[in-house]
Design a protein around this ligand. Structure first.
Ligand SMILES: *[C@@H]1O[C@H](CO)[C@@H](O)[C@H](O)[C@H]1NC(C)=O
Ligand SMILES: *[C@@H]1O[C@H](CO)[C@@H](O)[C@H](O)[C@H]1NC(C)=O
Ligand SMILES: *[C@@H]1O[C@H](CO)[C@@H](O)[C@H](O)[C@H]1NC(C)=O
Ligand SMILES: *[C@@H]1O[C@H](CO)[C@@H](O)[C@H](O)[C@H]1NC(C)=O
Ligand SMILES: *[C@@H]1O[C@H](CO)[C@@H](O)[C@H](O)[C@H]1NC(C)=O
Ligand SMILES: *[C@@H]1O[C@H](CO)[C@@H](O)[C@H](O)[C@H]1NC(C)=O
Ligand SMILES: *[C@@H]1O[C@H](CO)[C@@H](O)[C@H](O)[C@H]1NC(C)=O
Length: 631
């Protein structure tokens, strides 16, 4: 193995040199595309530490739709001039992804007058995101302050643009159902409560922080503060305008049907949303039926376990009783963290090498989530590697956190779930435009895609691997795993039910209550989310099913030549991508492996050997994790 590793740098240099003359166009083009992505999302750029556009806000004008279309068309024309056959395998994958992104946006343009006209909903609110941007903006120089002031002064216009879009959605008859917006005025009220032009959050950097900055003189500080007060005053007024617009205008026009099928051509719109989120061509009927089958299969697994226990009641009753039993809880936060650390170090990590090779030596810390937050979430390591990846656990309410859920959650968020996948991606040579990915779900299908189906599909598949790794020590842990799995399966049924089969909210709630053991309040929030983001909740289970399907296919076709570690490397080596391209790559791998002589010798793959650190897919993770917060 040592010999192998030492050869890799030579091999890599050779590949880069070889490819260079041929791939200049692709290289240039993807750099330009990456730059364009950042420029079109100035706030997002700030979020990932690119400060070039800190003085701007995103353009929400309707004219921007056509600009985006034209720009993607131009990129596609250039891309199509590249000679595909002469690219390296990695470049071919990259070309495929690039093309997939561009054609997705161009196709999505046909749906620009649908959901994209509704830029604010309960899950994507400008006023709750803004405080976060204030936290991440640098304030070290007078230039930083001026950039920030320019951004604040541009912000009210952004809100006006949003209102214009909303008005267009009313004209087109493509508004949200009320559940997607009804809570917004209340949340605007709560952030505006007691707000004036010096105590409201956008003003915060002008308090102590500015006072303590000795590179700026006092008279300048006074000028900056005056400007800030005016800007904050205007922002407060704009939030009030948005609130009154929603209450007095938009709410009178919300759609009556829960699903998007109540829009003209809504069934076709929903199909496009599914294609966007799943990165696969599956019809609503197929997704619905896959959901029904999975719910059935997982239910019967759960019933088998209950039979072992000789338990007579229903699955829900079983969980309700467990919830009342203190034996299934820890008493303190420390005990919870200790359990996770120990399980990761002593139970999971030693077994990883049975299923994976070339595992990057990147640690993951287990920490209490200072915000309380959801049951658990994963925060990737920053680009500069200044700290490891983190698995944050909610320990605020030990007596609400059933220990039988712990193992599945740990596998999902840490290893071999998100942490392993992202660690491998971070050591791969991925062009930056694929690292900086993120966007807005309300724009779907007119949005640059990012790959929840792959990322969350992998993490769910990892939960399944936990069975093969014997990580679910007791049948109770296994029940915890099924409990999380059946939830993602039921989403397939309910999302398609609401948006394609005209289900009501009550029907959706009833189905979830019948088949998951979740409580009603939580489910109500969940269902409002499905109503707001058609198709999004289907990505998780479909991603997992696709990976399992590809594995079964590879096993069938390769027989004794099938190597699980190689299969996993094939899935993980390129980072997040559309499932249709993953499928293509696995098919290629199957064909190559078939043709290889049976005799196995030690192989070196260069896939994980690139030291090039990954500028993380921060927002995707950020978003998907936020999304998970309702699980
Ligand atoms: C939106 O529509 C309402 C009602 O038709 C109208 O009063 C308002 O001026 C419009 N707002 C904008 C920004 O176009
Ligand atoms: C804003 O409110 C704070 C109290 O929260 C108060 O101290 C301050 O004087 C107020 N500023 C203005 C400009 O009204
Ligand atoms: C304070 O700094 C500004 C430049 O930031 C400069 O123009 C101004 O003359 C300075 N004022 C005093 C009183 O030094
Ligand atoms: C659990 O405890 C609550 C309150 O202590 C009680 O109302 C409920 O019936 C119990 N549920 C079960 C299934 O034992
Ligand atoms: C859970 O713990 C909190 C305080 O930590 C306590 O107030 C509450 O009664 C406990 N609930 C149950 C069901 O034990
Ligand atoms: C759902 O409603 C749409 C339009 O309102 C209708 O065309 C469609 O046939 C309905 N589908 C089902 C399965 O009821
Ligand atoms: C939920 O279960 C009840 C009782 O078994 C049944 O009548 C109802 O049709 C089910 N609802 C859904 C949406 O599956």
């Amino acid at each position: 193995m040592n010999v192998c590793w030492s050869l890799i740098p030579v091999l890599v240099l050779f590949l880069i040199k070889e490819g260079k003359g041929l791939s200049t166009d692709l290289d240039d083009l993807r750099k330009e595309f990456g730059a364009w992505l950042l420029k079109r999302s100035p706030e997002y750029s700030t979020l990932i530490g690119v400060y070039k556009y800190n003085d701007r806000v995103e353009d929400f004008s309707y004219a921007k739709f056509l600009e985006e279309f034209d720009e993607c068309k131009r990129f596609l024309q250039y891309l199509n001039n590249i000679n595909y056959d002469q690219l390296t395998p990695e470049e071919k994958t990259d070309f495929d992804i690039f093309k997939d992104i561009l054609t997705t946006v161009l196709k999505g343009y046909n749906w620009r007058d649908y959901s994209a006209l509704n830029p604010v909903n309960i899950l994507e609110t400008p006023h709750t995101f803004l405080p976060h941007y204030v936290e991440i903006t640098p304030f070290d120089t007078v230039g930083d302050y001026e950039n920030y002031l320019n951004r604040m002064e541009a912000y009210p216009n952004e809100i006006d643009q949003m209102i214009i879009r909303f008005n267009k959605s009313i004209e087109n008859g493509h508004t949200y159902h009320k559940v997607s917006v009804s809570r917004i005025p209340g949340s605007i009220d709560s952030i505006l409560e007691g707000a004036n032009n010096t105590n409201f959050f956008p003003y915060k950097p002008f308090l102590d922080k500015l006072t303590n900055l000795n590179t700026i003189n006092d008279s300048r500080k006074t000028i900056l503060r005056k400007r800030a007060e005016t800007a904050v005053q205007t922002i407060i007024q704009k939030f009030r305008d948005l609130k009154s617009y929603l209450e007095n205008v938009y709410f009178q026009h919300t759609r009556s049907g829960y699903g998007v099928r109540s829009w003209d051509n809504g069934g076709e719109f929903y199909k496009e949303c599914l294609r966007w989120h799943l990165s696969l061509d599956l019809s609503p009927e197929e997704v619905h039926n896959m959901g029904l089958q999975e719910v059935e299969r997982i239910s019967s697994e759960m019933k088998k376990v209950l039979m072992k226990f000789n338990y007579q009641g229903s699955v829900k009753e079983f969980f309700d009783e467990l919830k009342n039993n203190s034996a299934y809880y820890f008493q303190t936060a420390d005990e919870i963290i200790k359990w996770y650390k120990n399980a990761l170090k002593n139970e999971i990590n030693p077994k990883l090498s049975t299923l994976f090779k070339d595992i990057p030596d990147l640690p993951v810390d287990v920490e209490a989530d200072p915000a309380g937050g959801i049951s658990g979430q994963y925060i990737p390591a920053p680009e500069d590697g200044s700290r490891p990846g983190k698995f944050l656990v909610n320990v605020k309410h030990p007596n609400k956190s059933l220990t039988i859920n712990y193992m599945a959650l740990l596998i999902h968020e840490a290893n071999p779930g998100h942490h392993l996948q992202i660690s491998i991606a971070s050591t791969a040579k991925i062009p930056s435009y694929r690292k900086y990915m993120g966007g807005r779900f309300y724009n779907v299908p007119f949005e640059v895609p990012f790959y929840t189906a792959y990322i969350e599909g992998w993490a769910l598949y990892a939960e399944f691997l936990g069975e093969e790794m014997n990580l679910y020590k007791t049948d109770y842990d296994l029940m915890g795993r099924y409990r999380s799995e059946i939830f993602s399966a039921a989403r397939l049924v309910v999302d398609t039910g609401l948006h394609y089969f005209n289900w009501t909210r009550i029907q959706a709630l009833q189905y979830m209550l019948n088949h998951t053991s979740a409580d009603e309040n939580m489910l109500a929030t969940e269902i409002d989310r499905y109503i707001t983001w058609p198709g999004q909740a289907c990505a998780y289970k479909i991603g997992e099913l696709k990976i399992k399907e590809l594995r079964t296919k590879a096993q069938d076709q390769l027989g004794t030549k099938f190597d699980i570690k190689d299969f996993h490397s094939t899935i993980l080596k390129d980072g997040a991508l559309p499932l249709r391209i993953l499928e293509k790559n696995v098919n290629l791998w199957i064909a190559e492996t078939k043709n290889k002589p049976t005799e196995t010798k030690e192989q070196c793959t260069s896939s994980s050997s690139f030291p090039d650190t990954n500028l993380k897919l921060f927002l995707i993770i950020y978003l998907t994790l936020k999304v998970k917060s309702w699980i």
